[in-house]
Design a protein around this ligand. Structure first.
Ligand SMILES: [Zn+2]
Length: 441
């Protein structure tokens, strides 16, 4: 009798695979996946040894260190490295066409680096373009990670804007937030974002909103203001981080979003903003790099089950070595005290494709490898909304998306393995093999 082979299903054979749910590396595991659904259908431990060569359509990943596809929990698909152009120049001066072409390249770079999911936290002046980029990926028009996006972040009036000094003269710049105030106003803003197609809501709990009080020299030949108060990187009296919303407003944002089954991310730098956002019940707190010492910030996050996304990779770009050391020690302390952590680099501020930097910094902070990988997979899924995502991804089990990364070295012995991405699969489709990108066909 000839059995007709099921062409929909194929098997991936591994000999070193990370299981993030159990937080262990397992040997000799095979995974059956469905092309049609893009999901894992069976996972089994092999008892018998495999033949030397594996035949199509099955895939042989023996010799690679295989992880579930990685989740970058804090990205900006529409930004490129600030070392190439400042965020102001990108938001104010670059054409929307150029920004979208760049975003298309970023999508590809992220996917080929093994990041199969992006939680994209704001277009920074490109309105709801992220929603349409997400749709283009989902429609198969361009390669890219699975994107969960916010369109525009919420901020109170005057809270988060591209600053310029020629408003009287009529200069206009694209807005970089959806401004809203008061309980009624913030609820309306959440409704606007969800109506526009956002997957989740982001709001600025605090920001350096008084930039124009002692403005920086921001065009060639612009004289510096004399005797400004001191400022070091992202903190100081020249442009301090100040609350943008009161507790009632934050509570209303979260209640409105959650009633619509949307998770909430809060940008919060100060301990006060972290505490208020966590009390409001946000899903994640972004940054939180200023000292939480002597505050209830960490305890509130732990109690409320808030996921902390410390974005160490972007903090590294802005602060002194000493301040970076403190930020990393604070992340380790958060981990030790039982605060949930997810890996999100604020990627875009540095190059898409370099997403692994956040994982490297987690490791440098002293967080165990298995926990770091958990933060970059399962916790990433939770940060994107968990069951509200409409798809499971980030671990290896029947019914979960077939997203995998094959590294060319054993990450337990070589941290650099995260930069040796040989093979990438998303939704049961291979995008990179033998270190080379695969075509769209
Ligand atoms: Zn960001």
């Amino acid at each position: 009798m000839v059995t007709k082979r099921n062409m929909d299903a194929f098997t991936i054979h591994t000999d070193l695979l990370f299981d993030p749910k159990k937080k262990v590396f397992v040997n000799n595991t095979s995974i059956v996946v469905s092309r049609k659904s893009g999901l894992i259908t069976t996972v089994y431990q092999r008892k018998d040894s495999l033949p030397k060569t594996i035949e199509d359509p099955d895939i042989d990943l023996r010799g690679l260190c295989v992880l579930p596809g990685l989740v970058d929990t804090h990205t900006h698909i529409l930004l490129h490295a600030y070392t190439e152009a400042s965020s102001t120049a990108q938001m104010r001066d670059e054409s929307l066409v150029e920004r979208i072409i760049r975003a298309t390249n970023h999508c590809r770079a992220a996917l080929l680096a093994g990041f199969t999911t992006y939680r994209d936290l704001g277009t920074e002046g490109a309105s709801d373009a992220d929603i349409h980029i997400r749709n283009a990926v989902n429609r198969g028009l361009i390669p890219g990670p699975r994107i969960y996006c916010v369109s525009e972040a919420l901020a109170s009036s005057g809270g988060y804007e591209t600053r310029h000094e020629n408003a009287i003269g009529g200069s206009q710049v694209p807005r970089i937030s959806d401004p809203c105030d008061g309980v009624v106003g913030v609820r309306a803003a959440v409704r606007r974002r969800l109506g526009a197609g956002a997957d989740l809501i982001k709001f600025y709990a605090d920001y350096r909103k008084r930039a124009l009080r002692f403005p920086e020299s921001s065009w060639p030949g612009c004289p510096e203001v004399m005797f400004p108060p001191p400022q070091e990187g992202l903190q100081g009296e020249r442009n301090p981080n100040l609350l943008l919303f009161d507790q009632e407003e934050m509570d209303a944002i979260v209640a409105e979003a959650k009633a619509a089954r949307a998770p909430v991310a809060a940008h919060a730098s100060t301990a006060e903003a972290v505490t208020m956002a966590a009390k409001a019940g946000v899903t994640t707190v972004e940054h939180g790099f200023l000292s939480m010492e002597g505050s209830e910030a960490m305890e509130t996050m732990r109690e409320k089950g808030t996921i902390f996304v410390p974005t160490l990779a972007v903090i590294e770009l802005f602060v002194t070595k000493a301040a970076m050391k403190d930020a990393m020690a604070q992340v380790k302390k958060a981990f030790d005290s039982g605060v949930k952590l997810a890996c999100g680099g604020d990627t875009g501020a540095f190059a898409h494709g370099e997403n692994a930097r956040e994982l490297e910094l987690f490791l440098e902070a002293g967080i165990p490898l298995e926990e770091v990988l958990f933060s970059a997979t399962v916790r990433g899924w939770e940060a994107c909304g968990g069951e509200w995502c409409g798809r499971k991804f980030g671990w290896i089990e029947e019914g979960v998306a077939a997203d995998f990364v094959g590294l060319g070295a054993d990450i337990r012995e070589d941290v650099g393995a995260l930069r040796k991405v040989e093979w990438v699969m998303k939704d049961a489709r291979v995008w990179k093999s033998g270190g080379h990108a695969m075509g769209m066909t």
